[in-house]
Write a protein that binds this ligand. Structure first.
Ligand SMILES: NC(=O)c1ccc[n+]([C@@H]2O[C@H](COP(=O)([O-])OP(=O)(O)OC[C@H]3O[C@@H](n4cnc5c(N)ncnc54)[C@H](OP(=O)(O)O)[C@@H]3O)[C@@H](O)[C@H]2O)c1
Length: 280
């Protein structure tokens, strides 16, 4: 049995579908709201809140491999959930971290990801760590502006990052959950090419069949707008890693997705075409 946490989320939803379509065996999907969630046929839905390890225990029964997104619960609850997984006999955990653990270890969010990795590596269970770069789906931040026919406001429109399609993170996670050769490995994951915010908007324009404008704004203005929903610390970190303080390691295109899955990483324009409806 494989248990997927964050199963209604960006990676989790794609992962549940991949596991099912690859015939990976029994799959259980965790959500806080089983009545609202809908998963493909054959996937078992279980309720549990990662902030309360006790509520996750029934979901862990009989589980051999766990897909785990740390940081969704309360401070301290990741350790409790991993402890409960170990007690329940889970053998292997695939954990979502971030490339910033390597590229920007001084930033708060990166330090929290590093702590999550360490917790798992000290847990006594086998592990695989996934360190993705910026998700293509972050473009959904622009969805309201684009739907309302406003320009996309962005601080660093011409910095190209090797943005990753979340389905590729799911594909790597599926491989890691089903093939023991990926145990003990840390994978830095990127898309197939660098793409700037301006190029992302152009791809969305092409998918929508109408021109969407880009407005370059100053960092301070962007910080004020983003801090309103992300908080100061995360807004600053996002601005650093999307242009304000990038480095070669962050900009580097890697072939890890192709190496692990056997298929090339999906380009941004594919994500834009698949998700155009969210911007209409
Ligand atoms: N976005 C990026 O560019 C980027 C880059 C690198 C790394 N990352 C990392 O990727 C991770 C996020 O992955 P994602 O985007 O796939 O997640 P996501 O879309 O934010 O989904 C998270 C899911 O987790 C569930 N959840 C939230 N709180 C929960 C709780 N207390 N207990 C149980 N389930 C809970 C929610 O489902 P229910 O409501 O159904 O419970 C939600 O659908 C983060 O750790 C982030 O730092 C992101």
């Amino acid at each position: 049995m494989i248990l997927v946490t964050g199963a209604t989320g960006t990676i989790g939803r794609a992962l549940v579908e991949e596991l099912r379509s690859h015939g990976a065996g029994p799959v259980r999907a965790l959500t806080r709201d089983a009545a609202r969630a809908s998963f493909p046929e054959g996937v078992e839905t279980v309720r549990g809140d990662l902030a309360d390890a006790g509520s996750v225990k029934p979901a862990l029964e009989g589980v051999r491999s766990l897909f785990f997104i740390p940081g969704l619960g309360e401070p301290g609850s990741d350790a409790e959930v991993l402890g409960a997984a170990r007690e329940a006999g889970v053998e292997h955990v695939v954990l979502v971290s971030s490339i910033t653990v390597r590229t920007h270890p001084h930033l708060g969010p990166a330090a929290r990801h590093a702590a999550g990795e360490q917790l798992l590596q000290d847990s006594g269970m086998a592990w695989t760590v996934l360190r993705p770069t910026q998700f293509a789906s972050n473009a959904l931040w622009w969805a309201a502006s684009i739907r309302e026919r406003n320009p996309v406001r962005v601080a660093y429109p011409d910095v190209g990052l090797p943005t990753i399609h979340p389905a590729d993170i799911a594909s790597v996670a599926r491989a890691a959950l089903t093939d023991t050769r990926h145990r003990g490995r840390t994978y830095a994951l990127t898309g197939p090419e660098r793409v700037t915010a301006r190029q992302q908007v152009a791809a969305l324009s092409a998918a929508l069949g109408r021109e969407v404008a880009v407005a370059g704004i100053g960092r301070e203005e962007a910080q004020r707008e983003m801090a309103a929903y992300l908080g100061d610390e995360v807004a600053d970190a996002v601005l650093d890693v999307t242009g304000g303080d990038v480095n070669e390691e962050l900009l580097r295109v890697r072939d890890t997705v192709a190496q692990v899955t056997g298929s090339p990483a999906r380009p941004f324009h594919r994500w834009a075409a698949e998700n155009a409806a969210a911007f209409r």
